[in-house]
Every structure is written in structure tokens, then in C-alpha cells.
Design a protein around this ligand. Structure first.
Ligand code: TNX
Length: 510
């Protein structure tokens, strides 16, 4: 009798953990084409990863896959060069040239005998690996060894993103987050095919990045945070390590140095940046809009140039974000001239400028980007100048907005954002005159006035960000809240396996 009971238990475990068919697998973001096949592929200790010889990036992707499955499966997969005689028991990673797949797309074929993943670029291969990851049982995410049959349902996926820029922002200025916390966060972002992480490195309450020519910025400006905690900052080496870690996951770091407002931490560090020549006291409250660099002093422009030069030198990505928001303490005319000068500085170090939507009041270069957050008129001014727009409407994408009136963290100045609201929008249909051609993508910012640690971050970000990741990746016609809701419900087990403290919405309970 006991034997039969154990047998049922085992069957039960196997049945619950693997996805029955590929179309029933709760993939997020939803791929743009999924076709069912017959049977399933089973990952085993003897599965080999076949890669093109002499391709370093594919080699690295092979290693990434090996490391990904090792802890939970206990398998040590072998990476071998292509072998055309091999007919089964492998996953092949291959670069090809198929215009349909674009820069980040991939083609994934799963058969009982083998899995074949191909793309035009290593980034496409990486996204395809994330799909394989989500097709495996949820416990592939667990840190410890787990007994199950590691099955992947057969089928074909041909997929590519709708928008080139799919980002999120973390405000490390109001509350500081450690390097290792960022790495764990980056790992989770990669699973959802997010490819930009914008770091809001400076604000009134803190300066979080070492600038060698202005050392007091971190010494004084980095020494506290909202609420009076000890703050912190990244040395340039730590920052480079974060950038590299992200790069290896095809995530570009966008560093933001907010100017000319939101600069109180700099004004506290150096008296000469203030028009009255007096250093300010560190600020640990949350009201903003009162600070400004002194735009009439030459030293301010030296400061800006030094900061932009040093940050550009340690940022391989193409963008430097210069903030430009809520400069209420600056005259509009001065503001415009200042933004144009900062743009020149950014360009002179080989980078393109991004600014919050207010910067569109200045004359922008076509390679600059405008990040829409609140004023559609500004977004239009940007688009009229031929500049592409990043869509971050506060009332849809601000991850610090409360889910509803009972949420104990966050703010609600832009409204409450439940899971359905964050999902139910299309970037190209938000502002009249700003369509697909004007939009580079979407970004969901997390401001951290009320967010003090990773648990709180996870509660506000997950699972809301998954919906926004899908808004950025999946074609509008394919998206449907009712269907997404069911998929997300099934997907929650994966977040649990990842030990993510997500918000358990009533919308997912029925
Ligand atoms: C507005 S969005 C801000 C931030 C705040 C945020 C809080 C933007 C460009 N500025 O300084 O942290 O609201 O939600």
C-alpha cells in the first residue's frame, strides 16, 4: 500500500512541475509566435550544448546556460563544438542571419530529440535562453538541488521585441542599494528580457557615484539618505563591476546625474556650487524642487564637464541621463541654455543625452532621448524635434505608486496602479501624435523615498514590472488582460522559487 501511495506522490510532483504543452507554459513576456509540437525534450546529465567553434560570445552563453541549470538539476552539462553527426540529446546555440529576427529576436525549436536556438546576435540567443529557462519547471530557479523530471514541451517559438528599449529605473539616491543587491536584481530583470537599467545616482538626498576630481560629492553628499540613514556610494570600480555584470546579461546601464535641480547633495558637498558660496546642510527629507546649481558661475560648468567626463569614461553604454526634471528653482531661459550646454558636454565625450520630459524645451540633437513622465506637451516638443521618446507615464509605470489605498509603502500622487492598470496600455496610443515611430520604448521607474530595502523593493516592483516588460516586448494585438492574468497566476510559483517577495494582488486570487 505504501508503495502505491509513494508512486502517486511522485506522479503528482512530476505532473505539477512541468508544463503540459508549450502554449500552456506561463511565459512572460508572451512570445510573438508559439506553435505546439509533439512530445517533450528532457534535460539530462548527458545533454550537450553544441556551439559554433571559435565564437566567444556563444561560448559565454553556453557557460551561462550550464551555470543556470547546475544548482537545481545537479547536472554538469558539457559544451562541445558543432557535430553534424549528433542527432539527439543536445541544445544547439547558433548565430544565423534572418532579417525577420532583428537585433534581439530568436528562433527556438524544441523536439523530443533536441533543442535548437538561433538568432542574429548573442543578445537574441540570450533572450532565447531566458525562454528555455521559463519553459523548464519553476524549480529550475531554486538555489538547491531539486528532484524532478526536467522536461520542456515541444514546439516552435519565433520571437522578437516590439520596442528596442525595455527598461526599469532604480533610485539609489533617496535610499542606497548595495552592489550585490543590484546584481541579484539584474539577474531577475534579465529573465523578463529587460535590456536597460537606469540608475538614478544623484538627488537632493544623496550622491552615490565616486567622482575622482570632486571627492567630497561622495564623502559628504553620499553620507546620508532619506530618513537619516548612513547612505553609501559606489566607487568607480564597483560601478564598473555592476556595468559589466549587466552587460553580460545584455542589460545596458544608464547612469543619471540629475541637474540643474535635484542637486542639494552636491550643494552640500561644495560651497562654490552655490550662488551665495555657502555649503548647504545634508538633506534627509523628501520634499523636492528647491535646489539648483548656480548657473551664473563658471565653476558650475567645470563641475558638469568633470562629472560627465568621468561618468562617460566608465560607461560603455551609449547614454548619459542628465535628469533635468522639476528645476523649479531655475529660470526657464537659464534652464534651456544650461541643458543645451550639458548636451554638448555629453556629446563631446561620445555619449547621447537622455533627459526627463522638461528637457524638450531646449534645442535637442536627434540622437538625444526624451523620457516622458508627466507632461505630454513636452513629449510632443521632443517628437517635433525628431527626438525619440521613452514612455514612462507616471500613472502607468511608476513602481513607487501604491497598488491601492491599503498599500503600506509608496506614494499615490499619480494615482493607484493595480496589476491590470500597469498592463492595460499601449505606449503608441497614449499621446496623440506620438506613435510607434516616435517611441523607442518603455521604462518603469522605482523612486525610493519610501523604499528602504530589497524586500520593500520587491513588493513594489513584482509582479507589476512583468506586465510592463510585456507591454515593451509583446505586440499589442497579442496582449489581453484576462489571458495575461491567468498566465501571471501560474507564473507566481517561479517568483517564489526565486525568493521574490512579490505583492499578492486580490486580482490574482479568484
Ligand atoms: C517625481 S519623476 C520625481 C521624483 C520623485 C517622484 C516620486 C521625476 C522626474 N521626478 O523626484 O521621486 O516623483 O514619485
Amino acid at each position: 500500500k505504501m508503495k502505491i501511495w509513494w508512486g502517486y506522490l511522485l506522479l503528482g510532483i512530476v505532473a505539477c512541475t512541468s508544463h503540459p504543452t508549450i502554449t500552456e507554459a506561463p511565459l512572460i513576456p508572451l512570445p510573438n509566435l508559439v506553435k505546439e509540437g509533439e512530445g517533450k525534450f528532457t534535460l539530462g546529465d548527458d545533454t550537450q550544448i553544441l556551439i559554433q567553434e571559435n565564437n566567444k560570445e556563444l561560448q559565454r552563453m553556453g557557460n551561462y546556460l550550464v551555470n543556470l541549470v547546475r544548482p537545481s538539476t545537479g547536472f554538469e552539462l558539457e559544451i562541445v563544438p558543432y557535430d553534424t553527426t549528433r542527432k539527439s540529446g543536445f541544445i544547439s546555440l547558433e548565430l544565423e542571419s534572418d532579417p525577420k529576427l532583428g537585433d534581439e529576436g530568436y528562433r527556438l525549436e524544441i523536439k523530443p530529440e533536441f533543442i535548437s536556438l538561433s538568432a542574429n546576435t548573442p543578445a537574441g540567443i540570450f533572450h532565447g535562453i531566458q525562454t528555455i529557462r521559463q519553459l523548464l519547471p519553476n524549480n529550475i530557479e531554486s538555489k538547491g538541488w531539486f528532484w524532478t523530471s526536467w522536461e520542456i514541451p515541444s514546439g516552435l517559438i519565433v520571437d522578437k521585441p516590439e520596442y528596442a528599449y525595455r527598461g526599469t529605473m532604480l533610485d539609489v539616491a533617496r535610499h542606497f542599494f548595495e552592489k550585490e543587491e543590484l546584481k541579484r536584481y539584474i539577474d531577475i530583470l534579465a529573465l523578463y528580457k529587460i535590456n536597460f537599467l537606469h540608475l538614478h545616482l544623484t538627488d537632493d538626498q544623496g550622491w552615490r557615484i565616486e567622482v575622482k576630481s570632486w571627492p567630497k560629492l561622495t564623502l559628504i553628499g553620499g553620507s546620508t539618505e532619506v530618513g537619516g540613514g548612513v547612505g553609501g556610494f559606489y566607487t568607480q570600480n564597483e560601478y564598473k563591476e555592476i556595468v559589466q555584470y549587466a552587460l553580460e546579461r545584455y542589460i545596458t546601464i544608464v547612469p543619471e546625474i540629475d541637474m540643474p535641480g535635484h542637486t542639494h547633495a552636491a550643494l552640500a558637498s561644495y560651497p562654490e556650487l552655490n550662488c551665495d558660496g555657502k555649503a548647504r546642510e545634508n538633506y534627509t527629507k523628501t520634499q523636492v524642487g528647491f535646489s539648483s546649481l548656480c548657473l551664473t558661475e563658471e565653476i558650475t560648468y567645470q563641475f558638469v564637464d568633470d562629472v560627465v567626463r568621468e561618468i562617460s569614461a566608465i560607461t560603455p553604454g551609449p547614454y548619459i541621463h542628465i535628469g533635468g526634471d522639476e528645476a523649479h528653482a531655475t529660470e526657464l531661459g537659464d534652464y534651456i541654455l544650461f541643458i543645451e550646454q550639458v548636451q554638448d558636454a555629453v556629446n563631446s565625450y561620445g555619449k547621447n543625452m537622455i533627459g526627463w520630459d522638461e528637457v524638450a524645451q531646449a534645442a535637442l540633437r536627434p540622437e538625444s532621448l526624451v523620457q516622458f513622465w508627466s507632461n505630454p506637451e513636452n513629449a510632443k516638443l521632443g517628437a517635433d524635434q525628431g527626438v525619440k521618446i521613452i514612455m514612462s507615464p507616471a500613472w502607468k509605470t511608476y513602481l513607487d505608486m501604491q497598488y491601492d489605498s491599503t498599500t503600506h509603502l509608496g506614494l499615490h500622487w499619480a494615482g493607484f496602479i493595480e496589476l491590470d492598470s500597469a498592463y492595460l496600455w499601449e505606449p503608441s496610443e497614449l499621446i496623440e501624435g506620438i506613435g510607434k515611430d516616435e517611441i523607442i520604448g518603455v521604462e518603469a521607474p522605482l523612486w525610493t523615498e519610501t523604499i528602504t530595502n530589497m524586500d520593500e523593493l520587491e513588493y513594489m516592483v513584482f509582479p507589476r514590472l512583468l506586465g510592463i516588460a510585456e507591454v515593451g516586448w509583446t505586440r499589442n494585438e497579442k496582449r489581453n488582460w484576462g489571458e495575461y492574468r491567468k498566465r501571471l497566476k501560474k507564473h507566481l510559483n517561479r517568483l517564489e522559487a526565486l525568493e521574490v517577495d512579490y505583492y499578492s494582488s486580490n486580482l490574482l486570487k479568484k
